[in-house]
Design a protein around this ligand. Sequence first.
Ligand code: IMP
Ligand code: MG
Length: 340
Amino acid sequence: MPSMIVAGGQWGDEGKGKIVAYLAVHDKPKIIARSGVGPNAGHTVYFNGKKYGLRQVPCGFVYEGAKLLIGPGVLVNPEVLFAEVDVTGTKGRLWIDPYCTIIEPHHINQDKTSEFLREKIGTTGTGCGPANASRVERTAKLAKDFPKLAPFLADVPKEVNDALKRGELVLVEGSQGFGLSLYHGSYPHVTSKDTSASTLAADVGLGPTNVDDVMLIFKAYVSRVGEGPFPTEIPQEKAEEMGIVEFGTVTGRRRRIGTFDFDLARRAAMINGATQLTITCLDRLFKGAAGAKQLGQLPADAREFIKKIEREVGVPVTIVSTGSGEDDIVDMRAEKLGKR
Ligand code: IMP
Ligand code: MG
């Protein structure tokens, strides 16, 4: 019955990892299915005092009652996958679809050596674009073509839809962000696939009429790695004054920083069909918000900022993140939406 898609509303790195981990532990979904492009993503999650930078395994792994799935729309790099299954200890409860495209060394090589991809687009160099191109050209190898992957294979769309039929909660973990969409983003400075909720659903075999909720994640400010337009970008020195300095999880590159972009947020909410919004890193913009667990603990200017987002975007802000700790969360879903 209920399904929720978690999608990024900016240029990736909105803090989806932490939010998915929170939703997993709090809502206890039976299925957590990873959608999105592939290992170009780096989702950060802290669990039991340890930091994980995950590129393939869903961040929802922190809830041990969930079956973890990677949908056929997602690219898989077997080496990255095996390493992460190891560190997360998820062997036996993680499954990938036989139709996942496999990233091969020649894809990575092409991504890293193409002057256009490397210099002009500033890709992550993880082979994702060239692997998606191979899939489109119908020459890609799939997960089912590799004996080493045989123990991990499962029919992901069937798992997802059977769970929904049983009335179980399914959480779909997207990657990247709206501005990086191949169709809706700042082309050509985008990733190699659409990143909106419709495609995130298709990636795991979830039909549009079976999507109940789209949780769109925004950071309280904006960051972008790689090239491309960034209307609200601020100079590095100004970002430093604000105490905001960030580096990419996958590439280690310094992220460009900007202020919240209301136009981008409105359009992202429209095209994603957002039903709820999460605002992350609120504490980095409003120092007094650090560690707040309830709306009443937020300083007045932070509360006003949230109200402004709701007014301008027209979708309720139901979750706010106020720090990197697992419980630095204000969850207003019960008050704002009624108990569900
Ligand atoms: P690619 O996805 O590696 O082809 O890179 C294309 C563009 O998307 C580059 O600007 C990357 O920095 C950006 N990108 C891809 N995945 C992510 C992500 O997970 N977070 C932030 N930026 C990303
Ligand atoms: Mg990231």
